[in-house]
Structure formats: C-alpha cells, structure tokens
Design a protein around this ligand. Structure first.
Ligand code: HMG
Ligand code: MG
Length: 298
C-alpha cells in the first residue's frame, strides 16, 4: 500500500497532555495554548474534557476554556464520559465530542468506573444525543496493545469494540496505545486484524511514547494506509489512570517525519515550536530540542 498524500493531525496536548501534568494551569494559559495551536495550523484540537473534576482535577474549568476560545478554522473537541459531560459540551457549543472506551476490562473499570459493555451502553445514548445536537462524535479505544492492569489484550476485542462505536454513530475510531508498549510488529498485527472490518479512513492512531516507539509505530501505520494521527505538542501528557504512561508522541516529531516522507499536514513548524516552548516554560519542563538545531554542533 502507498503512503497517504496528506495526514490529519488531531492535537491532543491541551487535553491528554495537560490532564496528566502535576501543575494545573490557569484558564488564560490553556486558552493561549489552544489558540496558539490553531494559529500554527492544527485543524483539530482536543481543547479539554468534561469529565468529573474529582477524577481529573486538571480538566476542571474546561467549560471556561471553551467559552473563551475565539472561533478559527480549527475544530475544538472535548472528551465526554457520560450525559453530564455531554450537557456541559452542549452548553459550551462544542462542535465535536469524543467518547472513550477500552479493549481492557480492568482499565475500563479504573478509568471510567464501569465495564466495557456498560460503557458502550452509556456511550450509545451520549452519541445519539450528540448527533441529535449536530455534533460529530469520535470514539477512542484505550489499551489496544496492552493494559497496565491486565497485561495482554486480545486484539480481536479491539475490532469488536470499534465496530460497536461505529454502529452507534462515531465517525472515526482512535486506537490508543495508552501505555506506549506497542512495537511496529504489534501495530502491524493490530491493523491487519482491525482493517478486516474497518476501513483505514475511519481509523486513527493515538500512540503514547513511553518506550520511544511511537514514531516507528506511526511509520508502520502510515505504511498500512492510516492517515489520521493523534499527537501532543511538546510530547505532553499521559493518562492519570495508567501509571507510568508518558506523553503522546510529540506533534513536532510527527511533523518532522511527515516532512521527510513528503506527506502534507498543513502545520507551520516554526509557530508550533513557539507554542511548544511557551507551554514547556509554563509547566517547568525542558523544551524539546528544536528542529533547526539538529545538525549544529555548538
Ligand atoms: P463515577 O464516580 O462512577 O460517577 O465516575 P458518578 O456518576 O457517581 O459521579 C461522581 C461525581 O462526579 C458526582 O459528584 C457527579 O456529579 C460528578 P458528587 O455527587 O460526588 O459531588 N460527575 C461529573 N462532574 C462533572 N462532569 C461530569 C461528571 N460526571 C460525574 N461529566 C466518571 C464516572 C465517568 C464520571 C469518572 O470515572 C470520570 O470522570 N472518568 C474520567 C477519567 C478520565 O478522564 N481519564 C482520562 C481520559 S481517558 C485517556 O486519557 C485515554 C485516551 O487518551 C486514549 C488512550 O491514550 O488510550 C483517550
Ligand atoms: Mg491518551
């Protein structure tokens, strides 16, 4: 299969990134982050999540973030775990939401306090109501390559959960390697199985970079026709209910790979690097080395 000509990047830094940082940022900084990402050309930005603030305090105030965002060409999306979350999203005029299931029973209980089957029941109602409100719905599946609690995950479970999410009305399924344990070979096996039932155009990959394999896994996914990639500016984040999971693959590194392969992405790397430095500074993190310094020996 030939590589895609263009790739859609789903920027998850303001949600997946910030939800796992020990520093909780003020609303102004979060808004500045999202607007900066939009200004850098990112077309889809997960700007927050309407989950319980008791479960994820860093995402408290997402309502305020959405209310303060200036409309741009970008679509701002949010996670919604239940009807309460959806109602908050509707109040804030959010255009697109995401529901999030798992391929691991234990992770489902730890992350959203119910079984996979119960979560799918809840998501069906949430998705239906969202569609009735003209919102697009994306579906995540966590732990597609391994679970921090139960270990191995059956890849057949991934395609059955994906099918249920598509049947209820999700337009796209993002396959989450929540703890970054996949290797190109496991991604290949996962995609061979999943592509039997679901076309590549309806799939995205969401790869955490815990063991440094995310870029190799993205390369494998591109080879197999996947053209939607989730990533996080500065490689921020993780999942508070997956201990040890480090950040998503850095958006800057994805852009670098896509440029090398001649794949269009629509992102201005210079502007993105500025945003990356800004947020790293706010979080007290060492910024990623910028691309221009790759071949200099100072
Ligand atoms: P629960 O405790 O079973 O729910 O949690 P509950 O209905 O009993 O509610 C508990 C309290 O939360 C109540 O407050 C509710 O009102 C409140 P109290 O009466 O005690 O004062 N509550 C809410 N408040 C605001 N917004 C809401 C909401 N819902 C309930 N929407 C629940 C169930 C799903 C709410 C909880 O488990 C939860 O919020 N979980 C979210 C966990 C989370 O956000 N995890 C990270 C995102 S997933 C991820 O990172 C993976 C991903 O990136 C892909 C990958 O990497 O694999 C997507
Ligand atoms: Mg994630």
């Amino acid at each position: 299969m030939s590589l895609p000509k263009a790739v859609k990047i789903v920027e998850v830094g303001p949600r997946d990134g910030l939800q796992n940082e020990s520093v909780s940022l003020d609303i102004e900084t979060k808004v500045k982050l999202v607007q900066g990402l939009a200004n850098a050309g990112l077309q889809t930005i997960e700007a927050g999540s309407f989950v319980s603030p008791k479960w994820v305090p860093q995402m408290a105030g997402s309502d305020e973030v959405f209310n303060q965002l200036t409309p741009t060409k970008a679509i701002y999306t949010a996670l919604t775990p239940n009807m309460r979350g959806l109602e908050r999203a509707i109040e804030c005029n959010v255009q697109e939401i995401a529901v999030f299931a798992a391929a691991s029973e234990e992770f489902s209980h730890k992350n959203i306090n119910c079984s996979i089957a119960e979560s799918l029941e809840k998501f069906k109602a949430v998705t239906q109501k969202a569609i009735d409100n003209n919102m697009a719905v994306r579906g995540y599946i966590s732990c597609v390559s391994g679970c921090p609690y139960q270990g191995d995950v059956d890849i057949k479970k991934v395609s059955t959960v994906a099918q249920s999410l598509l049947d209820m009305g999700c337009y796209e399924i993002s396959l989450g390697d929540t703890i970054g344990v996949a290797k190109p070979e496991t991604i290949e096996a996962l995609l061979i199985q999943t592509l039997k039932y679901i076309p590549a155009q309806k799939l995205a990959v969401h790869l955490h970079d815990t063991y440094g394999q995310a870029i190799a896994n993205i390369r494998q996914s591109l080879n197999m026709g996947i053209a939607t990639i989730d990533s996080s500016v500065a490689g921020l984040g993780g999942c508070p209910y997956a201990k040890g999971a480090s950040g998503n693959v850095a958006t800057e590194h994805v852009i670098d790979l896509l440029d090398a392969l001649g794949i269009e992405h629509g992102v201005n790397l210079e502007k993105l690097t500025e945003v990356s430095r800004f947020i790293s500074h706010k979080l007290g993190r060492t910024p990623l080395p910028d691309n221009d310094s790759k071949f200099t020996t100072k």
